[in-house]
Design a protein around this ligand. Structure first.
Ligand code: SF4
Length: 686
């Protein structure tokens, strides 16, 4: 059976081989357009979790403080009774739902329909809120559509690739390998990251800015492009608007001024600007090292400025490629699992769009925007939000300021979790529904290059677990809303019927290679966007004149180091799946990377257990001394719940999208022996 990987947003096509009801092996599909016959060790080997003895195999209902096995009938009756009670007493807006970026497009579409049509509120969101919502916001502002402007194949044609705040060999390994191959063929790499990432060893230039100063770096690059006559004047005149205001702003960002802010030597910045701008083709890649900042969405707009100034968009080799984290973080938002938009980012306030969904679903729909995830937690603490239905997201481990999240979950009157394993969030659940992994379901995922790809089941869900699609449609029916679909393919047909951007998508047309949206009614798709015009009124790309502003947190005397968080190759996000495979034998814990100078000053040896304390919390972790990290910075992954990395993250968030600022956290690090017996911060969070 051929399916699509359920780990990261590369979207590798996989061949699954089953024996005796278990996955015997997985091999790469040789014709997968995103992977070309490759996979990483997660997609290929990390499948044993599907038959882990920990899998949830029966519904659970909380009784006398304990989660106890129950029948599906009891679980659904409890959900219906509680949601109807809360709606009756407090209104539909006292309920909220989260869709899962690990699930299929059809699951996410069903989930937003459940919340909008069966419950009656726009309080629906998904975890793109905490990763790439700034990318979506910015690309819509600058270019018009929320997605990569090209394809991974553009990397094969690029003369230069500039990577800002992204570490593909760890987070998106098959794309990382493709970039290595491109570099070996002559593509010049510019890597910009506080850590010396692996691809820096293959690159022409590596710049290591202070965390939180990305905006100044990009403004400095644009300054040099303008100052040294490298602007593509013809492209700017014919295809863009707003250049004058940006040009004026750039005056202030000469390389010396940028060096003051970022720590990047002026001559290195100039060399990077020339290398990118003078190339005939150049691609830009970024990740959470850009977006998870207070001004992350503005930095993405600035990257769009750089591409527009140099005419490097809409042509082969010149793509803007935000590398999406979870396998379907693009699709979950495309499907309207957002509080302000239906499918393809069309506003809930747009009367024509709302009427089209009302006609299809046969119910009146709210015209008011719902709550984003952080607003849901604030409302729960304030007593205004009474119930949540959380599908495939462990918010109590992965969201920032987890003490705050815990308080919110405790404050709810009713919580449903739909999951494959018990986790930190299910500790607060009243009902837990046993769901399916990606190897047990059918539908589609949309990868980081906007490609719809088919997902096919290799296994049945274990025990009494059901597919997410069956669970959601069953709950909706019990709440009185019949969705009228037999299979996920019926839902895909509805999505295509209601969404012009996906009009030509169907199971048959997707075939083995998928289709990149927009997909027109005749089935033709769009590997490259904006080759002739941008998807904005007037068809022009928009320059955003946005100045550098400092991050929400900064080192000081009490918290002298800056913590950056990220991923390692062997594990995925909260590690729920990969920690239950042999990958855990390769990496069995999170480590705190620290530069030798800082380690020596703090009397820390390699392997020491250290305390890491931020303004909001404290945790403990093992130190790893390495020169990959710059002095003054420390780095850790967040794959192991016992590390509780997100206890350290505060409430600072992107100004436009509320994406948390995971990437700049001032911390105090010291050997455990120097810690007092009781820490107020630790005490307040346990
Ligand atoms: Fe799966 Fe991403 Fe690895 Fe490909 S690169 S196999 S999509 S985790």
């Amino acid at each position: 059976m051929t399916t699509t990987c359920g780990y990261c947003g590369v979207g590798c096509r996989l061949e699954t081989h089953v024996r005796g009801g278990r996955i015997a092996s997985i091999t790469p599909a040789l014709d997968g357009p995103a992977n070309l016959g490759h996979t990483c060790l997660k997609g290929r080997f990390a499948h044993g979790f599907t038959r882990s003895p920990d899998r949830l195999t029966t519904p659970l209902i909380r009784a006398e403080g304990e989660l106890r096995p129950a029948s599906w009938g009891e679980a659904i009756a409890r959900i219906v009774a509680e949601l109807e009670r809360i709606k009756r007493d407090h209104g539909a807006d006292a309920v909220a739902g989260l869709a899962s970026s690990r699930a299929t497009n059809e699951d996410c579409y069903a989930m937003q329909r459940l919340i909008r049509a069966a419950v009656g509120t726009n309080n629906i969101d998904n975890c793109s809120r905490v990763c790439h919502s700034p990318t979506s916001f910015a690309m819509r502002k600058s270019f018009g559509l929320s997605g990569a402007t090209g394809s991974f194949a553009d990397l094969d044609a690029a003369e230069v690739a500039l990577l800002l705040g992204v570490n593909p060999t760890q987070g998106h390994p098959v794309v990382g390998a493709r970039i290595k191959q491109a570099a070996l063929r002559g593509c010049k790499l510019i890597t910009i990251d506080p850590r010396r990432i692996e691809l820096a060893d293959y690159g022409a230039i590596h710049l290591a800015p202070r965390p939180g100063t990305n905006a100044a770096v990009v403004l400095g690059l644009c300054h040099v492009v303008r100052r040294d006559g490298l602007v593509d004047e013809g492209f700017v005149a014919a295809r863009t608007e707003g250049y004058e205001a940006l040009s004026e702003l750039l005056e202030s960002y000469d390389p010396a001024a940028v060096e003051e802010i970022t720590g990047i030597a002026a001559d290195e910045l100039e060399a990077a600007a020339h290398l990118y701008a003078e190339a005939a083709s150049g691609s830009l890649l970024w990740g959470l090292g850009v977006t998870e900042h207070k001004y992350g969405s503005e930095v993405v707009q600035l990257l769009c400025n750089l591409a527009l100034m140099t005419g490097k968009v809409g042509k082969p080799g010149s793509a803007l490629l935000p590398l999406r984290g979870q396998n379907n973080v693009q699709g979950s938002s495309d499907m309207g699992a957002l509080p302000d938009t239906y499918t393809a980012y069309r506003s809930v306030e747009d009367e024509g769009v709302a009427l089209s969904f009302e006609a299809e679903w046969g119910v009146p729909l709210s015209r008011h925007k719902g709550m984003k995830i952080p607003e849901m937690f604030d409302a729960a603490i304030a007593g205004e939000l009474k119930a949540m239905y959380i599908f495939g997201e462990d918010v109590a481990q992965t969201d920032p300021d987890i003490a705050h999240v815990a308080a919110a979950l405790e404050g709810l009157e009713f919580l449903v979790c739909q999951e494959i394993f018990l986790n930190e969030t299910t500790k607060y659940a009243d009902v837990v529904l046993p769901a399916s992994a990606f190897l047990e379901k059918e539908g589609t995922f949309t990868n980081a290059e906007r490609r719809f790809q088919v997902v096919e089941p290799a296994l049945d869900p274990p025990g009494e677990a059901k597919t997410d699609f069956e669970i959601i449609t069953t709950v909706a029916r019990a709440l009185g809303h019949e969705m009228g679909w037999g299979t996920p393919w019926d839902a895909l047909d509805e999505i295509a019927r209601l969404t012009p951007e996906y009009a030509g998508v169907s199971r048959e047309r997707l075939g083995r290679g998928g289709l990149q949206w927009p997909v027109r009614a005749d089935g033709s798709d769009s590997p490259t966007l904006y080759d002739a015009f941008f998807d904005r009124p007037g068809g022009r790309g928009h320059f955003a004149p946005l100045p550098y502003k400092p991050p929400g947190d900064a080192a000081d005397d009490e918290y002298p180091l800056v913590l950056v968080t990220g991923r390692v190759l062997q594990h995925y996000n909260a590690g729920t799946m990969t920690r239950r495979t042999a990958n855990a034998e390769l990496v069995d814990r999170d480590l705190l990377e620290i530069h030798p100078e800082d380690a020596a000053r703090l009397w820390i040896s390699d392997g020491d257990r250290v305390s890491v304390r931020s303004r909001v919390g404290r945790t403990e972790i093992e130190a790893r001394i390495t020169e990959r990290i710059e002095p003054g910075h420390v780095f850790t992954s967040f794959h192991f719940p016992e590390t509780r990395t997100n206890l350290l993250i505060g409430q600072s968030a992107d100004v436009n999208t509320s994406c948390p600022e995971y990437k700049v956290v001032a911390v105090d690090v010291r050997p455990i022996a120097e810690q007092p017996a009781f820490s107020p911060a630790l005490g307040s969070t346990t």
